[in-house]
Design a protein around this ligand. Structure first.
Ligand code: S3P
Length: 170
């Protein structure tokens, strides 16, 4: 089962926890596009959005996706907006299968409401913003090879489903 395992989904869908668990279970290297962006830029995502705005962030994200997409046996934890660029999806699919971790707006809101590092959700009405962005992005997320429902499910159950799917590939 070579090739990368790529996790996509909305902010707070559980990509980081699931990818960490998955990488440990498989003994694979874990990379996070957000972490690579922060290390390349030497500043946080919040600072990048504040100073250079979203289009700049998306360009760095795209460069990082090209870099990780060419590797093998990685678990790749992608930022929630990676799907907005069709070339990112193509680059990630070239050497990997993409799993969309799907969660409802209410569940996402419960998971992220105490967190402060997501500039797109700096708004008076985060639940409304989550609903709007999810509606805009649904068709992009659904380009994944597999859709995994995460609502009310534990990390280990989600991981097992992913491992089983990868193992069942021909
Ligand atoms: C974003 C999601 C974030 C991060 C940035 C933009 C998005 O990553 O890349 O704040 O557009 O959905 P997480 O999904 O890991 O929070």
């Amino acid at each position: 089962m070579a090739g990368n395992i790529v996790l996509i989904g909305f902010m707070g869908a559980g990509k980081s926890s699931v990818s960490e668990f998955l990488a440990k279970q498989l003994g694979w290297e874990l990379v996070s596009t957000d972490a690579l962006i922060e290390s390349r830029e030497g500043r946080t995502i919040t600072e990048i959005f504040k100073t250079d705005k979203e289009p700049y962030f998306r360009q760095v994200e795209k460069d990082v996706v090209v870099q990780v997409g060419q590797k093998d046996s990685l678990v790749i934890d992608c930022g929630g907006g990676v799907v907005l660029d069709a070339e990112n999806i193509a680059n990630l699919k070239e050497n990997g299968r993409i799993f969309y971790l799907k969660a409802s707006p209410d569940e996402i809101y419960l998971r992220i409401k105490k967190e402060t590092h997501r500039p797109l959700l700096y708004t008076e009405t985060p639940l409304k913003k989550i609903e709007e962005l999810l509606a805009q992005r649904a068709t992009f997320y659904e380009q994944a090879d597999y859709i995994i429902d995460t609502n009310g499910r534990s990390i280990d159950v989600i991981c097992q489903e992913i491992v089983d799917l990868v193992k069942s590939e021909k």
